[in-house]
Design a protein around this ligand. Structure first.
Ligand code: ZN
Length: 395
């Protein structure tokens, strides 16, 4: 019920020095020096020693195929549903689930049920309504009704453009969808954003730029993702961010694609490059694309089978940002904490602050390896040991 994390160096994500953090129930009750709490008998206080450790806000992964994804290589290539510890092992305490290519054999009701299940198991979940396609698959029959009436639905996505697997939407239907999502978001106090899957197509972000030129819809309505998948798209994404739009980089990747002319931009390098270019550090987010299918290749780039995207890759890229690219931790960590919380209007998320949710991650000071994960005040991982398993996971 009551927990105190003592003597950790706190990144809120701004660096706050050594602080104690008091958690009561599922909320952060205080962040201060030398917190002492005395209680009557029968009430237990758990003290967690944070000495030699850094305390970070729980991570937000804003694009995860929680119900499974893939399927583009026939039925046997549909990826399995995610398990609780696939998420918490990566320090993630909030996920946004989405469908993907397949909105037929998997549907929105299934996605909502999966999100509710993960919430019951202890983390926080939201979902996007829709799949790759326009017209969008929904629960209520209308995008606006979904966003307004279903608490977990915060926007639309992932809608595919510039991809051979997209529904090749025309610009007018794309504009209408953005407008509906925007107004529904306004009416329900939600972000109402469009999460846009970018493929390898040469049209890149053209469709988004055209909507911005020919309508009143603001650039903040769109979150293009996978924008680090090739150098041309990445350059377009920088242009989009410099115009005030947010851009999302995907962390699940195969290292064989990080070299060569058409190479993917490794997420940690993409952040470094954006900061050098003067892109606002508030406009960049990372997401894992976790549980999506991930083709695996050998070192000669020959296809050798299918893997599954990992939520754990999200924080691995943060470590690489700090340890390899020498980006300050407080800047790197924003991409998976305060930035997605602000862009997606997730209330009480993404910060270590009084009144915010008790979502916290303790990491070792030098190696930055995850030690302890707390979600809504509940210990999921402690001293690198899983304390809380999903319903059908083996303890
Ligand atoms: Zn995608």
């Amino acid at each position: 019920m009551i927990k105190i994390i003592k003597n950790a160096k706190v990144y809120a994500p701004e660096y706050m020095g050594v602080q104690d953090v008091l958690i009561i129930g599922d909320k952060i009750a205080a962040v201060d020096k030398d917190i002492e709490v005395s209680v009557n008998k029968g009430l237990e206080i758990t003290v967690i020693d944070g000495k030699g450790k850094l305390l970070l806000p729980g991570f937000i992964d804003s694009h995860v195929h929680i119900l499974g994804g893939g399927g583009e290589g026939s039925f046997k290539t549909r990826t399995p549903e995610i398990k609780l510890t696939d998420i918490t092992n990566g320090g993630v305490t909030t996920v946004v689930g989405c469908l993907g290519t397949d909105g037929i054999s998997r549907d929105m009701v299934g996605l909502l049920a999966k999100a509710r299940g993960l919430e019951e198991e202890g983390i926080t979940t939201y979902i996007y309504t829709g799949s790759y396609r326009i017209p969008v698959v929904t629960i209520t029959g209308e995008v606006m009704k979904d966003i307004i009436t279903i608490d977990k639905i915060i926007g639309v996505g992932e809608i595919a453009i510039s991809d051979h697997r997209s529904s090749q939407p025309n610009i007018e239907e794309f504009k209408r969808l953005a407008a509906d999502a925007r107004v529904a978001g306004m009416l329900s106090g939600k972000a109402g954003v469009l999460n846009i899957h970018l493929g390898d197509g040469k049209r890149k972000l053209n469709m988004l730029f055209e909507v911005l030129e020919t309508t009143e819809i603001p650039i903040t309505q769109f979150i293009p993702t996978h924008t680090n998948r090739n150098p041309y798209l990445f350059e377009d994404a920088i242009k989009f961010a410099k115009a005030g739009g947010c851009i999302d980089f995907t962390t699940s990747s195969d290292p064989v694609f990080w070299e060569g002319e058409d190479a993917e931009i490794k997420t940690s390098r993409a952040l470094k490059r954006c900061l050098e270019e003067g892109v606002s550090e508030d406009l960049i987010t990372f997401s894992s694309d976790g549980q999506g299918s991930l083709p695996v290749f050998n070192k000669d780039k020959e296809f050798i089978g299918l893997g599954v995207g990992k939520v754990e890759s999200l924080y691995q890229e943060i470590r690489d940002c700090v340890l390899d690219e020498k980006i300050p931790l407080e800047k790197a960590i924003k991409t998976i904490t305060s930035n997605p919380a602000a862009i997606l209007k997730l209330k009480n998320k993404g910060r270590i602050k009084k009144g915010f949710d008790g979502d916290l991650v303790l990491v070792d000071e030098n190696s930055l390896i995850i030690d302890t994960v707390i979600a809504k005040g509940k210990i999921m991982i402690e001293n690198k040991t899983i304390k809380c398993y999903g319903t059908f996971e083996k303890a």
